[in-house]
Design a protein around this ligand. Sequence first.
Ligand code: GRF
Length: 204
Amino acid sequence: MRVGVFVSGYGSNLQALLDAAAAGAPYEVAVVIANIADAPALDRARRAGVPAHVVDHRGRPRQDYEADLVQILREARVDLVCLAGFMRILSPWFVVQFPGRILNIHPALLPAFGGPGMYGLRVHEAVLAAGATQSGCTIHLVDERVDGGPIVAQATVSVLAGDTPATLAARVAEAEHRLYPVVVRAIAEGRLLPGLRAAVLAGG
Ligand code: GRF
């Protein structure tokens, strides 16, 4: 199974996916695409020998930008798209190019603490402000709603007394790095969402 990963920043989830693939997981990270030219995630891809592309979204119609994304994914024969800290909303047009084959990871237990504006430390600030005793991460299929597609998997972490947004973020990040490779591997092996795997492998 060939995986394309979209990134905008640090790329620690990309690294987790790369490390699992290097350790023998039954998928290959075939291409990495960033919308930010100096995203540290791009260096992670290059170090792993994975083609890394920058597709700048600024100053051009969204349709042109997304058409470039699709072309790169098709040329790399990507079966599954994983968003990993990708800070752009994808249009319904893009989503239907890879129906049911785009995953996103979010650093909270959706449907809580998701939606427009809920990213980065804001998520963890909101979790702490709400007095939640648990947080975690969610992997979901991407549809036209922000953080709104069907949930595929979640991992929980405890909120501890004295947590700050930063300490909670670090604990959630560890859970993310465990969960994303497990989910991608499970899809590749047909142990999770067999229908999704069938669609992925059929390329449709
Ligand atoms: C993660 O917390 C992910 O849930 C969110 O963006 C963050 C990306 O971090 N969508 P990284 O770039 O993978 O380190």
